[in-house]
Write a protein that binds this ligand. Structure first.
Ligand SMILES: NC(=O)c1ccc[n+]([C@@H]2O[C@H](COP(=O)([O-])OP(=O)(O)OC[C@H]3O[C@@H](n4cnc5c(N)ncnc54)[C@H](O)[C@@H]3O)[C@@H](O)[C@H]2O)c1
Length: 370
């Protein structure tokens, strides 16, 4: 194993994990300009340098399968765009905790081992696999389970990417744990690469840059994957609503009056997500301006583009000895970073970080060092 690989573990082998695994496979055969990937190199790493070394889930139909097979198991909704060769990584059971509370409990039957596993078992598995980065793709609302994986990751000396809206980078006690263990942390809640939040905040910034007053705006989202099914349960969608509002607040909008969130599960859409966006603003002489946009995307690949950045940043941050929240990149990659920024400033700081880190990778062995 040479040092230029990034040894990645995944927790939650659902739609986002499927698209990310497929993207890494495709990138190995792609030229330098793979669509949807912003940078061929980050910190000296290509996306094709990602190697999967561990995978965790609780679904009895996924545990024990090779990662390549598990990513295609129903109810995962991500489409298969690329044949994925066997990885040699078997999906392990993880601690269940609140992972399948709500609607998901009707669809997914947990593996019997999951009830007795703890964060310490995840730490041991991460050490054994010599993982360097753990990406957490657990369902929204599973606060206890997400935080258990975060603790396990910090204890194993493994950089953590929190794709979910559950607070990790926003939980002081966990941030301190990552700092004290000398481990980088990225989060919370992926900002889809070209999704509703990104489009919405970019348009609001455009209007504000012209001195327009935004009076009313909404962003309504429907989709048919498991994430939307889970979010149809109000007890599970709270953290997502808060996260979307935080992103709008960072764009300079009083989010109290804005409707923004997951607004419905429409089964036949599968992994397609449709966003209806309206903005009403006022220009000079009180003249009204309004716009309505319908954005349709494939939801999970949209997350894979962001994770393609995030895992390479996480590895680069570790190479550079950065610990705790990697502040310069989180406002661009996540909806709920500890300190948000307007879209253009977030992009500028992200690009600056990537440009600064354009140098060959140095030795960092992640979990192996502990
Ligand atoms: N699709 C996007 O663009 C996007 C954007 C931002 C954030 N996210 C977030 O990413 C996360 C994953 O989304 P998804 O569409 O892949 O969801 P999904 O429902 O398809 O997959 C979740 C997986 O986690 C597993 N799981 C549940 N509890 C577990 C536990 N305790 N341990 C290990 N595995 C467990 C489930 O069995 C399932 O396989 C969600 O929190 C979502 O909000 C996605």
């Amino acid at each position: 194993m040479t040092d230029r690989f990034i040894r990645v573990a995944l927790a939650g082998i659902g739609s986002c994990a499927s698209s990310f695994v497929q993207a890494t496979v495709l990138s190995r055969d792609s030229g330098p300009r793979m669509a949807g990937v912003m940078h061929e190199h980050i910190g000296g790493y290509r996306l094709g340098d990602v190697e999967f070394v561990a995978a965790f889930d609780v679904d009895g139909n996924k545990v024990g399968q090779d990662l390549a097979d598990a990513i295609a198991v129903a109810p995962t909704a991500a489409l298969n765009h690329v044949p994925v060769p066997l990885t040699g990584v078997r999906v392990r059971s993880g601690p269940l905790l609140d992972g399948l509370d709500g609607n998901l409990s009707e669809m997914v039957h947990p593996h019997p081992d999951c009830a007795s596993l703890t964060a310490a078992d995840v730490t041991a598995a991460l050490r054994q696999s010599r993982a360097q980065v753990l990406v957490c793709f657990l369902p929204t609302g599973s606060t206890a389970a997400v935080q258990a994986y975060a603790r396990a990751s910090a204890e194993a000396g493994v950089a953590f990417v929190n794709a979910t809206p559950e607070p990790v980078a926003n939980r002081a006690e966990l941030v301190e744990l990552f700092v004290s263990r000398g481990v980088p942390l990225l989060g919370d809640d992926l900002r889809s690469h070209l999704g509703a939040t990104t489009l919405h905040t970019a348009l609001l910034e455009l209007l504000q840059s012209r001195g327009m007053h935004v009076a009313n705006t909404y962003q309504l989202n429907v989709g048919g994957n498991m994430d939307f099914y889970n979010l149809a349960d109000p007890t599970r969608s709270r953290s997502k609503q808060i996260s979307k509002r935080r992103a709008l607040t960072s764009a300079g909008i009083d989010s109290d009056d804005v409707a923004a969130g997951p607004n419905g599960y429409v089964k036949y859409l599968g992994d397609r997500k449709v966003c209806f966006l309206r903005i009403e603003a006022e220009g000079i002489l009180g003249t009204p301006v309004s716009m309505e946009i319908r954005l349709e995307v494939e939801d999970s690949p949209n997350a894979a583009s962001v994770v393609a950045n995030a895992v390479r940043i996480a590895r680069t941050a570790a190479d550079q000895g950065l610990v705790g929240v990697v502040d310069p990149v989180c406002p661009f990659l996540f909806k709920s970073p500890p300190a948000g920024l307007p879209e253009s400033e977030a992009l500028r700081r992200f690009q600056h970080f990537v440009e600064k880190s354009a140098r060959p990778a140095t030795a960092y062995t992640g979990a192996a060092r502990s």
